[in-house]
Design a protein around this ligand. Structure first.
Ligand code: UT7
Length: 381
């Protein structure tokens, strides 16, 4: 077999979407025993975005993906892999990724969801990058999308003030240029499963009257225990990825941590001896959006001009599982030129086209089912 050049997964597109409804700390203080002062001083969060009742994770994911496709300025039909990291899928099955694939009108792409809690996006980035490096795929859409507002107990002040809804996406393209994921470290410790979980609705405790009565369809968390684990996990994962790649911490231009609590970030930054200006935070406006937090933050950092071609960026996170992970990315793409009006219009036109395609596929599937039923009946003994 002829030697093929080493392939890298370069980030060529990025996008985010957050629902328009904003819920402030003051709003929350009207319904639970909390205060703006407590939430800000203990977490750094001022407000979060909440999905409209008609919006599910797939809608948020699709909108973030469309933004990433527009930045990359590519034909979405070329995408051959879609991975969505989420803990709040629309359904247990089918996957959010399949719904995104359908909504975007991408034929024949492999599509699956990945659940690694808030570390999900870093896991998905690693999987997609390695599939590209192996030559299995050429253009991958990697999304983190959550509607955590649907699984929060709005009577539990210890959790409902922390989370928000949103989605972030990147497009990875096979490239011979040495850019993209330079290294990645992933880990898990399932013995911490009960520290952060959604107890019911799965195969262990299916939905029943008792699970509803006992409020087991809501997220439960042991905050202080997760906090202790989080600082240690972020520090260890960041150090491990730096060691793995041989890049010096001083040569890292930006660190983008999972946005859960500003105190967790500050403690990790202190332990890593990082100058605070090298660390990106935006959780004041979004709260903890779980698997969406890192891609939303990455997208905002790029939009704010904080990431330039050639820069080394560390993405680091932790979450339910327990899981943790860090990725070192070398930024390859220049900031995109503003798309001309006609091209933006074209990307908007793709939406009705994808819808028409999906509707005709569904109609064809239904027609086939009816025909096969008639056929079966006709052959009945
Ligand atoms: O993405 C991964 C998911 N989760 C996380 O990363 C969260 C990690 N943990 C944390 O961020 C923090 O542990 C919390 C923000 C959840 C809590 O902060 P804390 O400083 O660890 O507070 P605590 O749980 O020790 O509670 C301190 C006090 C308690 O009152 P008492 O027992 O001292 O009287 C709580 O009942 O604060 C009380 N409290 C509140 N008070 C007002 C807890 N939540 C609230 C609230 N408003 N929303």
């Amino acid at each position: 077999m002829a030697n093929r050049p080493a392939l890298h997964a370069e980030i060529v597109g990025w996008g985010k979407y957050v629902p328009s409804k904003v819920l402030t700390n003051e709003d929350l203080a009207k319904s639970v025993d909390t205060s703006d002062e407590w939430i800000k001083s203990r977490t750094g969060i001022a407000e979060r975005h909440i999905a409209d009742p008609k919006e599910a994770s797939s809608h948020l994911a699709t909108k973030a993906a469309r933004a990433a496709i527009a930045v990359a300025d590519i034909n979405p039909r070329q995408i051959d892999l879609v991975i969505v990291a989420t803990v709040t899928p629309d359904y247990l099955f089918p996957s959010v990724a399949c719904q995104v694939q359908d909504a975007l009108g991408i034929p024949n792409a492999a599509a699956f969801d990945l659940n690694a809690g808030c570390t999900g996006f870093i896991y998905a980035l690693s999987v997609a990058s390695r599939l590209i490096a192996a030559g299995a795929h050429k253009l991958a859409l990697v999304i983190g999308a959550e509607t955590l507002s649907r699984v929060l107990d709005w009577q539990d002040r210890t959790t409902c003030v922390l989370f928000g809804d949103g989605a972030g996406a990147v497009l990875l393209q096979a490239s011979e240029a040495p850019a993209g994921l330079l290294g990645c470290t992933l880990g898990a410790d399932g013995s911490g499963a009960d520290l952060l979980q959604l107890p019911a609705g799965g195969s262990r405790r299916p939905a029943c009257e008792d699970t509803v009565k006992n409020r087991q369809h809501y997220l439960k968390m042991n905050g202080p225990e997760v906090y202790r684990f989080a600082v240690d996990a972020m520090v260890r994962a960041s150090r491990a990825v730096i060691e793995q790649t041989g890049v010096l911490m001083d040569d890292v231009e930006l660190v983008i941590p999972h946005q859960a609590n500003v105190r967790i970030i500050q403690s990790a930054v202190k332990a890593l001896k990082l100058p605070p200006e090298k660390v990106f935070t935006n959780l004041a406006r979004y709260g903890n959006t779980s698997a969406a937090s890192v891609p939303i933050a990455l997208c905002e950092a790029v939009e704010q001009g904080l990431v330039k071609q050639g820069d080394h960026v560390v993405l680091v996170g932790f979450g339910a599982g327990l899981t943790w992970g860090a990725a070192l990315v070398q930024w390859g793409a220049p900031l995109p030129v503003k798309l001309p009006f006609w091209k933006l219009a074209l990307y908007h036109a793709v939406r009705p086209l994808a819808l028409a395609r999906s509707t005709s596929h569904r109609a064809a599937l239904r027609a086939r089912t009816i025909i096969s039923r008639v056929d079966l009946n006709g052959h009945k003994p």
